[in-house]
Design a protein around this ligand. Structure first.
Ligand code: PHE
Length: 349
């Protein structure tokens, strides 16, 4: 004996154990584990039912224990179905959880190089004055860079354009070749943007007015104000009766738009082989006059070289972009423009 009472005790602790396991199950998977362990086909309760069926009980005990077992089964089933509403197990992931409240990752936005910005500002003003922007190649013929601009091979001003010649480049510039010497067909890195004057005049009928931004190359030693490469914006206007007065008016209007309404510029007589008369243009700054470009009336020999008739009139100018950008932004060293240092470049939004 003691069987019936012992079983009763066991059923009580079985119930307590099952309820505790249920309470501790962290998720639906845990609840399912409890169900299998206690109510499964081979679970703890099924074992007790077997033991009950196979036992040799007093009839009173049999009725009481049967009732106990069925009551226990019902209570456990109820508790389980309530607990099965628990959250499904979180999918197993590695790494940190996603936090939607954190700020997003902002991609770094690019911006235009300060020289590009300056070139665009220069050109936009000339476009308002009726000029169109065109471009030409950085590799040029000796003919376009010098000869057609009234700078023959022995001309002393070639020294101010210490030029990079391209080795072995003798290919004629198709359509632009003249019956000059072989030397005139030599290729070089253009030392100014003026050869685009030649290219444009050979292929367009006046009147026209163009501006030409571009990179130029000179064999200069690098220091704070010199570099082997820099940028120019060339200007050319060809049309009936154009005078030096038109040139002055255009450049003064441009300078006031570029540097402010009170800007003063002055025209200082100068010499260029491809303009006559010629001048250099100075801009008045807080510490005195700064030279920003050369200009003049297009030389008759230049019109002749491109096949325009005698009596054709026009003016031309060429300005240094780095110089202008340095004045505008107070930059002390031309090398900053070419070093690609982001600390420098980020200052020009
Ligand atoms: N090409 C000249 C230079 O590079 C500038 C210039 C252009 C002067 C047009 C007069 C006319 O120095």
């Amino acid at each position: 004996m003691g069987g019936a009472e012992g079983l009763e005790q066991e059923l009580k602790s079985l119930e307590a154990e099952a309820l505790r396991a249920l309470a501790e199950a962290p998720d639906s998977q845990g609840v399912e584990g409890v169900r299998v362990k206690f109510l499964g086909r081979k679970g703890a309760l099924a074992e007790q039912f077997t033991r009950f069926r196979e036992g040799d009980w007093e009839p009173a005990d049999r009725a009481r224990i049967g009732k106990l077992l069925n009551g226990l089964k019902q209570r456990l089933e109820a508790a389980l179905s309530e607990a099965s509403g628990k959250q499904p197990a979180a999918p197993k992931t590695s790494g940190p959880r996603f936090d939607p409240t954190l700020p997003g990752v902002v991609p770094r936005a690019g911006r235009l190089h300060p020289l590009t910005q300056t070139i665009r500002e220069i050109i936009a003003i000339f476009q308002e004055l009726g000029f169109s922007a065109v471009e030409g190649p950085e590799a040029e013929t000796d003919h376009n860079n010098f000869e057609a601009l009234n700078i023959p091979a022995d001309h002393p001003s070639r020294e101010s354009f210490d030029t990079y010649y391209l080795a072995g480049a003798q290919t004629p510039d198709t359509g632009h070749r003249t019956p000059d010497t072989d030397a005139a067909a030599r290729w070089l890195l253009r030392s100014h943007t003026s050869p685009v004057q030649i290219r444009y005049m050979r292929t367009h009928k006046p009147p026209f007015q163009i501006v030409v931004p571009g990179r130029v190359f000179r064999r200069d030693a690098v220091d704070a104000t010199h570099c082997f490469q820099f940028h120019q914006v060339e200007g050319l206007a060809v049309g009936p009766d154009l005078s030096f007065g038109d040139l002055k008016g255009v450049l003064e209007a441009w300078a006031r738009r570029m540097f402010g309404g009170r800007t003063e510029i002055r025209f200082r007589p100068h010499y260029f082989p491809f303009t006559e008369p010629s001048a250099e243009v100075d801009l008045k700054g807080p510490r005195g006059w700064l030279e920003i470009m050369g200009c003049g009336m297009v030389h008759p020999n230049v019109f002749k070289a491109v096949g325009l008739p005698p009596g054709t009139a026009g003016f031309a100018f060429g300005m240094g972009v780095e110089r202008i950008a340095m004045i505008r932004h107070g930059i002390q060293d031309i090398r900053f423009f070419f070093e690609n240092d982001l600390e420098f470049l980020r200052q020009f939004p």
